[in-house]
Write a protein that binds this ligand. Structure first.
Ligand SMILES: NC(=O)c1ccc[n+]([C@@H]2O[C@H](COP(=O)([O-])OP(=O)(O)OC[C@H]3O[C@@H](n4cnc5c(N)ncnc54)[C@H](OP(=O)(O)O)[C@@H]3O)[C@@H](O)[C@H]2O)c1
Length: 338
């Protein structure tokens, strides 16, 4: 059996020593023999996602903290290279919660088979960690189940060129509404408009971000797909229309270090008769088959586009992760492991 290498969470962030690559340690190990029912997957790509930052803290949340000394959690795609499970043959391509490591053992329960026909037709395997995986389903749920846009409305999406935001915005365009993105920098905004088809994109680094938001939103906001918190959230909340729906998908700009995302006055929800709903995509597993089917159809029809930032090699994972949290990525952040 091959030798393995992976990153464990060695220490937790603290006030004195904020989170950084120093919290992780690369360890080598034996993969060991497979028990009956197990498979060994050689991971090809690792997904780096903002939720991982929350798991580094020993704090109550919707999921248990990452255990110290164990391989950091994370989604991967790869190939079955050894199997004692009759349902998963050698050479099968799968997605799984494989962790920050080269090889992952699985009892088969978390394996999702990747459609070989789609791969043969040119779909790249790492798409199943992005638009055709968890981030895509997140966009699908927040847009369709919470915002549910109606003709003539305006939807705002923050982190507009990221893994979730890029898909949420394109699904909103497919639904036929006006879509305004918020992204960091002129290049990302140009991409949102010119490639993803957003009607407008506002650069949150602009010295007159508030004025730019006002100009981009002459008819206000009916649906807010919030990925960020901080200034993008604060400015969007000032432009809500009556009966607006706000999907709180993520607050990547705040929270993990104890900085709260504040709502200046809850009265805005009353006066606008607005609804604000937080959601976690793993609570909606029953919707995944429909969402993945629809996302696949849209992708095959050429109506969904995406970009990837690919870090090369497992060793690059910690730096790429912290860069992504600050907007260093342009599209879905991945690590190529093979
Ligand atoms: N609820 C769920 O089930 C669920 C599932 C998946 C993801 N999420 C959430 O969805 C959000 C997006 O995740 P993702 O995987 O697609 O990541 P991503 O958008 O690909 O990457 C994170 C992006 O956040 C933006 N950002 C970071 N700090 C910022 C700041 N201070 N101000 C403004 N923007 C900032 C950056 O974009 P710019 O350079 O454009 O600013 C960065 O590229 C995250 O909040 C994540 O936690 C939620």
């Amino acid at each position: 059996m091959p030798r393995n290498a992976g990153f464990i969470l060695a220490t937790r962030p603290s006030r004195e020593q904020p989170a950084g690559p120093h919290n992780f340690r690369l360890v080598e190990s034996e993969t060991g023999e497979l028990a009956e029912g197990e498979v060994l997957v050689r991971n090809h790509f690792l997904s780096l996602d903002p939720y991982m930052r929350g798991r580094m803290n020993d704090a109550p949340s919707y999921a248990a903290p990452q255990a110290l000394g164990e391989v950091m959690t994370g989604g991967t795609v790869g190939e079955v290279v050894a199997t004692r499970n009759a349902r998963h043959g050698l050479g099968e391509f799968v997605s799984l919660t494989g962790g920050w490591q080269l090889h992952s053992k699985s009892n088969g329960r978390d394996l999702r088979k990747i459609d070989v026909k789609a791969l043969r037709a040119g779909m790249q395997i790492q798409a199943y960690l992005g638009a055709l995986g968890m981030p895509g389903v997140t966009a699908w749920h927040g847009l369709n189940k919470i915002i549910a846009p109606k003709s003539g409305e305006t939807v705002v999406v923050s982190a507009a060129t990221g893994a979730v935001g890029s898909i949420a915005g394109q699904l909103a365009k497919i639904a036929g509404v006006r879509v305004v993105g918020i992204a960091g920098g002129a290049e990302k905004c140009a991409y949102a408009r010119d490639e993803l088809g957003f009607d407008e994109c506002v650069d949150h680094r602009s010295p007159d971000f508030a004025g730019d938001m006002k100009a981009a939103l002459p008819k206000g906001i009916d649906g807010l797909f919030e990925n960020v918190g901080a200034a993008p959230f604060a400015q969007s909340m000032r432009r809500l229309n009556p009966f607006a729906r706000i999907a709180i998908c993520g607050l990547v700009a705040s929270g993990y270090d104890g900085t709260p995302t504040a709502l200046p006055d809850v009265r805005v929800l009353l006066e606008k008769r607005a609804s604000m709903t937080g959601f976690i995509v793993s609570d909606h597993l029953d919707e995944w088959p429909q969402a993945l089917r629809e996302l696949g159809e849209q992708a095959r029809a050429g109506r969904l586009k995406w970009r990837e930032s690919i870090a090369e090699g497992l060793e690059a994972a910690p730096a790429a992760f912290f860069s992504m949290l600050k907007g260093g990525n342009f599209g879905k952040q991945l690590v190529k492991l093979i």
